[in-house]
Design a protein around this ligand. Structure first.
Ligand code: XMP
Length: 515
């Protein structure tokens, strides 16, 4: 990605590092996160105009804690150290860091001092609410530094060296709980480092298409379209770069929602003239799922069957050299983290093993983007709202929402019930307010009464949650009238269902999906 002014964040393991990157990008400056032990040659090749040292869970006082390679300070760039990053600066440059008796966690009141440029334009700078999360603290600041702020419990809560443009904060400006945290970060970027904003989605889209042309040339690319926003945006970018040399494959596994294929694929074919092959493999998938009730087994069967089908279809296209994937930046950071790749199986691993099996080179147009940036790129590319704001849908599809055995009959009951949920969320304007909302078909029947007759039929559970990133979630507090309407409509309109229940569990300890 070509952007003139760039920032590099050295990651020392803070849970907030990605937030720093997002705040910087929101300010219009391209930035990347690299592990703190990255080869300095890679940093030099990236050619940043400023550095940020993230927080981290370690103590600089521990012998085996991650260190700050002095080479970074010798580059003469403006530096912002945050939390552990501040302690590293103090430690490396001749100050003193001590362990506190208690860990300080939560809000604190901060007073800026000495006209520090980081707090310019902030009205409440003498009594700012900030977010703290640290054990150690700086007890003596290095030579050349001034104290730039304090709290009731910390004498050196901010420090700076005006000449070398090195500043440090004990608190986290990237966290929403810090008042005017964005202004502090922007003051560092624009006032201290003198950067000029040049990162926008329009520039990303143009540069990305140019880069893809160079990377792929005249070769053919095959890409699995799922109907989700990531693979859709990846496909449209590739299509704009290489046109008909992009071959998209949409695998209908028989586990899709009602109208799924037409809503996205139909649109893409019509408006972007995309080369899409729809493969109906539903019999193959449902055949292999027959009699299977264990959730992990279902997932595995679907995973390997997808690879088999996709591989077969891709091989039928002559001369394919690349596999396109919608990998996002958080996945890239995770796989490069100095803590090692996460053991957690993430959603993009649905097609794990595919590149190795197919012996193709990877092309990943979204590997620099966060999820919200993918949505902005989608707007830029002219995709419609109904695609941009589609709720996430799991790779194993409805199979993990039909609890117990997956049969054609049970899938059709769930599809109709789920359509009611989707329609009602949209009609009431709640669709965009919730993270995800869907129906689950339970593996039990209960007694009901319809007219004069006793019924003995299926139960549908409603799972509708709020979330920011699916790592945690809470059940959405929908108006009771809306819930009543969804329930009434499902019981009246879906043959085979006589009861609707609401899932009111949060994640953790429950997950969003039931299987
Ligand atoms: P859980 O159930 O783990 O779900 O709380 C978190 C988010 O991930 C989605 N999900 C998946 N997405 N393949 C996917 O592409 C999967 O196997 C998968 N399992 C869960 C889920 O819908 C939610 O948004």
């Amino acid at each position: 990605m070509q952007a003139s002014d760039k920032v590099l964040i050295l990651d020392f393991g803070s849970q907030f590092t990605q937030l720093i990157a997002r705040r910087i990008r929101e300010a219009g400056i391209y930035c990347e996160i690299h592990p703190c032990n990255v080869d300095p040659e890679r940093v030099k090749a990236f050619n940043p105009q400023a550095l940020v040292l993230s927080g981290g869970p370690s103590s600089v006082l521990d012998a085996d804690s991650p260190k700050l390679n002095p080479v970074y300070l010798e580059m003469g760039l403006p530096v912002l150290g945050i939390c552990y990053g501040m302690q590293l600066l103090a430690h490396n440059l001749g100050g003193n860091v001590v362990a506190s008796a208690d860990r300080e966690y939560g809000r604190a009141q901060f007073t800026a001092m000495n006209d520090c440029p980081l707090f310019e334009g902030i009205e409440e700078a003498d009594d700012l609410t900030v977010w703290m999360s640290h054990g150690d603290r700086v007890q003596a600041i290095p030579e050349g530094f001034e104290v730039m702020g304090r709290t009731d419990s910390i004498e050196f809560a901010a420090m700076g060296d005006r000449e070398r443009h090195i500043y440090a904060l004990q608190f986290h400006p990237e966290v929403a709980h810090t008042t005017d945290g964005n202004v502090i970060i922007q003051n560092f970027l624009f006032k201290v480092a003198g950067l000029k904003p040049s990162w926008s989605m329009a520039s990303f889209v143009d540069n990305c298409i140019e880069d893809l042309k160079k990377q792929v040339g005249d070769a053919k690319v095959v890409l699995g379209l799922s109907g989700g926003i990531d693979s859709t945006v990846a496909a449209v970018l590739l299509h704009k770069a290489i046109g008909k040399n992009l071959h998209c494959i949409f695998v209908d596994n028989g586990l899709l929602r009602l109208g799924e294929r037409d809503e996205v694929i139909g649109f893409l074919e019509e408006h972007f003239d995309l080369n899409v092959k729809c493969v109906d493999a539903s019999e193959e998938f449902l055949g292999k799922l027959a009699g299977v009730t264990d959730p992990e087994k279902k997932r595995k069967i679907i995973g390997y069957t997808f690879i088999e089908v996709f591989d077969r279809e891709a091989k039928a296209i002559d001369g394919v050299k690349f596999l396109g994937q919608g990998t996002l930046y958080p996945d890239v950071i995770e796989s490069e983290s100095f803590k090692g790749p996460s053991a957690v199986i993430k959603s993009h691993h649905n097609v794990g093993g595919l590149p190795e099996k197919m012996n193709l080179k990877l092309v990943e147009p979204l590997r620099e983007l966060f999820k919200d940036e993918v949505r902005r790129a989608a707007y830029e590319l002219g995709l419609p709202e109904h695609i941009i704001w589609r709720h996430p849908f799991p790779g194993p599809g409805l199979s993990i929402r039909v609890i117990g055995e997956v049969t054609e009959e049970r899938l059709s009951i769930l599809r109709v019930a789920d359509k009611v949920v989707q329609n009602e969320l949209m009609a009431s304007d709640w669709y965009r307010k919730v993270w995800q909302g869907f129906a689950v078909l339970l593996p039990l029947k209960t007694v009901g009464v319809m007219g004069d007759d006793r019924t003995y039929e299926n139960v549908i559970a409603l799972r509708i949650v709020d979330s920011l990133d699916a790592m945690t979630a809470d059940w959405s507090r929908l108006p009771s009238e809306l819930l009543a309407r969804i329930s009434n409509r499902i019981i009246n309109e879906v043959k085979g269902v006589n009861r609707v229940v609401l899932d009111i569990s949060s994640k953790p300890p429950s997950t969003i999906e039931w299987e």
